[in-house]
Ligand binder design. Structure first.
Ligand code: TXA
Ligand code: MG
Length: 342
């Protein structure tokens, strides 16, 4: 276990932070301790297959208040509750349409979040005072083990937004979580290291509160995949900020931002960063940040490449967006927000 000293952002005192070893070396004791820590009201950052989440006990109001503080997220933005399996669905959801059952059966555990009418367990501090709740069963083995252990200790769900400060790029490694949040976490909080995330961008969010489901946030599970595997027709949300019916901070026009300015058009000059598929040549003097070989590799590498730009103190990053009807839709949605001025 790696111990790191740092100055607390809130109290200005020296504190220690623990990074638990990689999953291959991680022991059941680490997970048990992390679950106990969550039950005691602390925060635990953990890997999921999409991005790292910053977890808190979903029914502990003060833990959730602390989570908002550490994340710097405005109050009233709802959180996703992570559960270990479909058997816990009805504890949180009061009505589950037939199509949502099909989606859960087909895609859980996995990178899909379902928004459903809530039960009394889902309090206003989780749902942003809406009458629905977002639920997900992640597939990362470490996340599943943590949730299962947490439930074995009496917990009912772990609320976890992406483990970044509000509006910034989601972390896809434990080191990136440390970079983002170490100034804000306390000694009793934990970062679990499960290696780099496989998907690399956040889950597909599906609104299941109407007769026909719609995608609120695109992800690796596309509407084509949903139809092919579950036989369910979903629509792409026609959401605009002015007609906001359902709150989702990732739906703000500007989000997923590194310090560098992101450009989706124009030509990079010497000293600028570049993210593009490996078939795209790097102009002389330009700093290549990622050369993915496919669109799914593109998603996997995108956030760490944007972080690398900041680490290298690059001011301008040029991105050649991927094309297609696959995960590239979600990548483009993130890139458009990343490139937008606040
Ligand atoms: O892949 C993911 O979904 C990751 C991992 C950690 O599970 N989580 C994640 O959480 O991306 P977050 O909070 O960064 O983004 C979740 C989005 C936010 O835009 C939030 O506003 C929206 O989901 N959301 C959560 N609950 C909602 C609800 N009840 N109704 C509408 N939107 C909701
Ligand atoms: Mg987020």
């Amino acid at each position: 276990m790696l111990e790191i000293n740092r100055i607390c952002h809130f109290c200005n005192k020296v504190q220690q932070l623990y990074i638990v070893a990689n999953i291959s070396k991680s022991t059941a004791v680490n997970l048990k301790d992390a679950a106990t820590s969550l039950r005691a009201g602390n925060l635990v950052a953990f890997p999921t297959e999409t991005v790292y989440g910053l977890g808190a006990d979903a029914i502990n109001k003060s833990a959730i208040e602390n989570l908002y503080k550490v994340k710097g997220r405005p109050k009233g933005h709802p959180l996703i509750v992570h559960i270990s399996s479909m058997k816990n669905l009805y504890r949180w959801a009061s009505e589950v349409p037939e199509y949502a059952i099909k989606l859960a059966r087909t895609f859980w555990p996995g990178p899909m979040t379902l928004i459903l009418p809530r039960t009394k367990l889902a309090k206003n501090f989780i749902t942003g005072s809406q009458n629905n709740v977002a639920l997900r069963v992640p597939s990362h083995p470490l996340a599943l083990s943590l949730i299962a252990e947490f439930e074995a200790q009496g917990g009912v769900g772990i609320a976890a937004p992406s483990a970044n400060r509000f509006g910034r790029v989601s972390p896809t490694t434990a080191e990136a979580v440390y970079e983002e949040l170490s100034d804000y976490l306390s000694v009793t909080d934990v970062i679990l290291d499960g290696g780099p995330c496989l998907v690399g961008i956040e889950s597909t969010i599906i609104n299941c509160t109407k007769t026909v489901p719609d995608i609120l946030r695109p992800g690796s599970i596309t509407k084509e995949i949903i139809f092919a595997k579950a036989g369910v027709i979903v629509e792409q949300s026609t959401y605009t900020e002015n007609q906001q019916q359902i709150k989702a901070s990732g739906l703000l026009r500007s989000h997923y931002k590194p310090n560098a300015s992101v450009f989706l058009t124009g030509t990079p000059k010497s000293g600028d960063g570049l993210i593009a598929l490996d078939t795209y040549m790097t102009p002389v003097g330009v700093i290549r940040l990622a050369s993915p070989k496919s669109n799914s590799e593109y998603a996997q590498q995108l956030y760490s490449a944007l972080r690398m730009a900041d680490r290298k103190k690059i001011n301008r990053v040029f991105v050649i967006p991927p094309t297609g009807l696959d995960i590239s839709i979600a990548i483009n949605e993130r890139l458009n927000k990343s490139a937008r001025l606040p």
